[in-house]
Ligand binder design. Structure first.
Ligand code: EPU
Length: 426
């Protein structure tokens, strides 16, 4: 099937599909590569990253690094990042506004230069997205912050290792502290850090750059060093597989039926998800090469509650809600991470889903069939979930706002079409 990319504001058009059959290659993790790119700021020289997904958030992070004076070359899923001795330590609003993850340049800039100015990110479709924990944690290392004209400016004459307690295991705050503490004087102990696989990837990458970071039970211990250098990996440091992309294709198999092999997916990063999908009736097996999902019957409903890793990720929730819309029975979904992350539910309702929401809970009663309708993607994962719903719906579904999906998915339409789904891009 021809997939035509009509640019930024494309629309995806789906029809009821399945059973799916075949293999899909899972790429590098968006939520890891963006942080590894920021980590490169910590050392002058040439950094090489491999298994880099071809997604627009990576392009935005390239733009941000370039605005700071870095040279980035991108080809064949590799990035060559040349970091000069001096950098412009400012992240401007027009870039931060388009990608909230830009805030992770704060830690490395403070760590290496003792100064950083980053535009304050606004809220988004999940509701407010504060950075108070990032700032408090960096302050405990000795940084001071002031805000003016929508920017946050940080300075640190010297960062000193100390105990940093995160009252919640925030992914972004953990990353910012890690990337500042690697250059602090002495030992930093992060109590209650995030433990997502992407944090593990960042730790590994920083250690390859010469950092000294280790796990002390469920805490992170960082012994500051005077100098970091690009990780020695001639072929490039390979980004870990994207567990959320993998979850998307698991959901596609769940909703369309069939048998799908996810090459490079790491089952150990998705333990809770695989348990939940198995409970719902999917058959999932894994080996060193990837994960196979087989679905031969209508799924059964289950209750779902999102939690920080190793709990069920909030990013999986839109897919799980979509699976529940056509599963047998009633499922109760509780969102504990981003309480505003229910907006796509109105779109699912337009497709005939029976969902009631109350605060951060949703009650989903499975229906026999969804019905195709024009809908709009408001964020990456919600967009992908609407595509899944479209594959289960009678008639045609038009998903506007495909640019959101492109932020985090390399060729979602092409990969689904390769599995036999009916999907085109306009
Ligand atoms: N929070 C605060 N204050 C802070 C930081 C976070 O109140 O200073 C709150 C947030 O508002 C939220 C919760 O803590 O309610 C979790 O936020 P966290 O910092 O853990 O998330 P993040 O770093 O902003 C990353 C991913 C998200 C993913 C979350 C949770 C990236 C670029 N983003 O966000 O992924 O949902 O962790 O796992 O890594 C996506 O890929 O589409 C995506 C949104």
């Amino acid at each position: 099937m021809d997939i035509v990319d009509s640019g930024e504001h494309g629309t995806l058009v789906t029809r009821r599909s399945g059973p799916l059959d075949g293999e899909v290659r899972i790429g590098g993790a968006k939520n890891s590569v963006l942080k590894l790119m920021a980590a490169c700021l910590l050392a002058e020289g040439r950094h090489v990253l491999a298994n880099v997904p071809d997604i627009s958030d990576v392009s935005l992070m390239c733009e941000l690094l370039e605005a700071m004076g870095v040279t980035v070359t991108r080809a064949d899923h590799r990035l060559v990042i040349d970091v000069p001795a001096e950098l412009n330590t400012e992240a401007p609003y027009h870039l931060v506004e388009r990608m909230r993850a830009s805030i992770v340049v704060l830690g490395p800039l403070l760590g290496r230069f003792g100064t950083a100015r980053v535009a304050l990110p606004g809220g988004d479709d999940f509701g407010p997205r504060p950075i108070d924990m990032h700032l408090r944690a960096l302050e405990s290392l000795g940084a001071t912050f002031s805000t003016a004209h929508g920017d946050i400016s940080g300075t640190a004459a010297v960062l000193r290792g100390t105990e940093v307690v995160l009252e919640y295991p925030s992914v972004g705050a953990t990353e910012n502290v890690l990337m500042a503490a690697v250059r602090a004087k002495g030992r930093t102990l992060i109590v209650n850090p995030a433990r997502e696989p992407e944090i593990g990837d960042l730790v590994e990458f920083l250690n390859r750059m010469g950092a000294e970071i280790g796990w002390a039970g469920d805490r992170l211990a960082i012994d500051g060093v005077d100098r970091l250098a690009p990780a020695r990996a001639p072929e490039g440091y390979a980004v870990i597989a994207d567990r959320i992309e993998a979850a998307t294709y698991l959901a596609a198999a769940g909703i369309c039926g069939g048998s799908v092999f996810l090459r490079h997916a790491v089952a150990g990063h998705m333990t809770m998800l695989i348990r939940k999908l198995t409970e719902m009736g999917m058959h999932i097996v894994a080996d060193d090469e990837g994960v196979r999902a087989t679905v031969t019957r209508r799924l059964s409903s289950a209750d779902i509650s999102t939690l920080p890793y190793p709990g069920l990720a909030t990013d999986y929730k839109p897919f799980l809600v979509t699976l529940l819309t056509t599963a047998e029975g009633v499922g109760i979904v509780t969102e504990n991470i981003f309480t505003g992350r229910f907006r796509y539910i109105d779109e699912l309702r337009r497709m005939g889903a029976d969902i009631r929401t109350e605060g951060h809970h949703a009650v989903v009663r499975g229906v026999e069939r969804l019905s195709g309708a024009p809908v709009r993607a408001h964020d990456i994962r919600a967009g992908a979930a609407l595509v899944m719903a479209g594959l289960a719906a009678e008639g045609e579904t038009e998903i506007a706002g495909a640019a959101h999906i492109d932020r985090g998915y390399e060729d979602l339409a092409g990969k689904l079409a390769g599995l036999g789904a009916t999907i085109t891009r306009r």
